[in-house]
Write a protein that binds this ligand. Structure first.
Ligand code: ADP
Ligand code: GLC
Length: 482
């Protein structure tokens, strides 16, 4: 099959979260399975042109926006094995420090930026002569592509046999903008000329993507149900309910090339489920690197996360402050995001300098060492479409505590003392009391060495790779092509 995968971030070119990891792993696995795969993404300023051997792909395209003419440079790289990546660049929109915003503030022209991106992607297909069987879009940033293809390009023979898939990685971000954010032109009219949006003053990019795609997927079974409720689907809950017979769940998986403690090249000390002895050295190295007391026996708890409301990091900070009064443990956090929340952790660090380690920089290397060095991983998300770090932590022998939502609930099986089964711990309600109780319970459990070894071993046996997950996508592609 000829598959075009369109995403606003792709590892290793540009990443803020799991979407980048997933975009990389799916396309690599599809290419390995023999498909002709290409990626389209914005040509952000931060992409390392030398490292990834980025070069010009074709002559620039003229993209109309209202009465203006803008130029899209189309660049390419073959850094991902078997996958050609096309970068859509236009200085005015993508020569900036951030992907979506800077310093906790979204760029004001995001609607225009991703509208431009959508038009340029569609126009590129013909220029590079890639006639796709599958156009696989991801999240709100790509939402206008299905809209335009199903409206103004509806009778274009070039796209006659192309099927449209939209994967919802996060319905908490829908790309909702006022109509005034887009310049009126033929594209704009296709979006607003229809009856159902006629009276609406807003455009919802994700909604456009969903209602104009042939099949919708999301990234865990539980989240596929959750988004049909107001609590998780927000303004789109009714739409997800309405299209549910075309809504499929393909859970995210682990990329064993990058996430295996036995072969991880970021680690000085490698280990496996059969021989975990070197994990302790990772713990000591992490304590040293992040500036807390080196101590083998103290429970080391931590997380790596975007620091946002979604991730429950606000409540976690308050709960830790209480817990430090009652328990002897250490805590490490790595992430970036909302300054109102990171400040709470800075305060904790001041209070407990030998016990709290903080890193507010984006660092792949530290991310791997943190997963390997921690004893306990905490993910108290308000919602979590799938999540990747709880799966990574399982593989790295770091026992996860998660809130029972989305992909966290699907993957983590509660430890059962009597049967010796389970790979982690779960709690239901995100409040200080429940979080405090579960953290305390797990810190105590850590001290029961034999039981802890078993929980850890159960987790390290977790084995769900992208080669399997991609078979699910292949089934969906075949189904939609019928
Ligand atoms: P989300 O996509 O909602 O952020 P996921 O769990 O799916 O959550 O994926 C998050 C990815 O981003 C993981 O690979 C995680 O380790 C990585 N990540 C988040 N923050 C940082 C950071 N500060 N440094 C390095 N990696 C990070
Ligand atoms: C989103 C979700 C996360 C998911 C990731 C990749 O950012 O928040 O749960 O794992 O996308 O699908």
């Amino acid at each position: 099959m000829k598959i075009a995968f369109i995403s606003s971030e792709v590892y290793p070119y540009a990443k803020t979260g799991g979407l980048a990891d997933v975009s990389y792993s799916i396309t690599k696995a599809l290419a390995k399975a023999g498909h002709d795969v290409c990626i389209f993404m914005p040509g952000y300023h931060s992409i390392d042109k030398n490292k990834f051997h980025v070069k010009l792909a074709i002559a620039p395209l003229i993209i109309e926006a209202g009465t203006e003419k803008n130029y899209a440079a189309i660049l390419e790289s073959s850094y991902i094995p078997g996958v050609k990546t096309y970068f859509i660049n236009y200085e005015r929109y993508f020569t900036r420090d951030g992907l979506y915003g800077e310093c906790d503030t979204e760029y004001k022209d995001n609607a225009e930026r991703f509208n431009f991106f959508a038009k340029a992607v569609i126009r590129s297909f013909k220029k590079i002569n890639f006639m796709p069987d599958i156009i696989h879009c991801n999240d709100w940033h790509t939402g206008l592509i299905p809209l335009y293809l199903k409206t103004i390009y509806n009778n274009d023979t070039f796209f006659k046999k192309s099927a449209l898939i939209m994967t919802v990685h996060n319905a908490g971000y829908q790309g909702i903008f006022s109509k005034d954010n887009l310049q009126p032109d033929a594209f704009y009219n296709s979006a607003f000329g229809r009856k159902e949006t006629e009276h609406s003053e807003v455009i919802n990019f994700l909604k456009e993507g969903v209602i104009h795609s042939d099949i919708i997927t999301t990234v865990s079974k539980k989240y596929a149900n959750e988004i049909q409720t107001q609590e998780f689907g927000y303004a789109m809950a009714d739409i997800f309910k309405r299209i549910k017979k075309n809504l499929y769940a393909v859970p995210n998986a682990i990329d064993n090339d990058n996430w295996d403690p036995e072969t991880d090249h970021y680690l000085t000390y490698n280990f496996s489920a059969d021989d975990i002895s070197q994990k302790m050295k990772c713990k000591l190295e992490l304590q040293k690197k992040i500036g807390i007391a080196a101590n083998e026996s103290i429970p080391l708890l931590g997380t790596i996360s975007r620091i946002t409301f979604q991730k429950g990091m606000d409540i976690l900070a308050d709960t830790l402050e209480l817990l430090f009064q009652d328990e002897n443990f250490q805590f490490v956090i790595s992430g970036s995001g909302d300054k109102r929340i990171t400040r709470r952790y800075d305060y904790l660090k001041k209070m407990f300098p030998q016990s709290v380690g903080i890193n507010w920089m984006y660092s792949e290397e530290l991310e791997h060492l943190t997963l390997a060095g921690l004893d306990i991983f905490i993910m108290p998300s308000r919602y979590e479409p799938c999540g990747l770090t709880h799966m990574y932590s399982l593989k790295y022998g770091t026992v996860p505590i998660v809130r029972a939502t989305g992909g966290l609930d699907d993957v983590i099986k509660e430890w059962n003392e009597r049967k010796g089964t389970g790979n982690g711990f779960k709690f239901n309600n995100l409040n200080q009391e429940e979080l405090y109780n579960i953290l305390r319970k797990v810190i105590k459990k850590y001290k029961e060495k034999d039981k802890w070894k078993l929980i850890r071993k159960n987790g390290m046996n977790f084995n769900y790779s992208w080669n399997e997950a991609v078979k699910e996508y292949e089934k969906i592609y075949k189904l939609v092509l019928k």
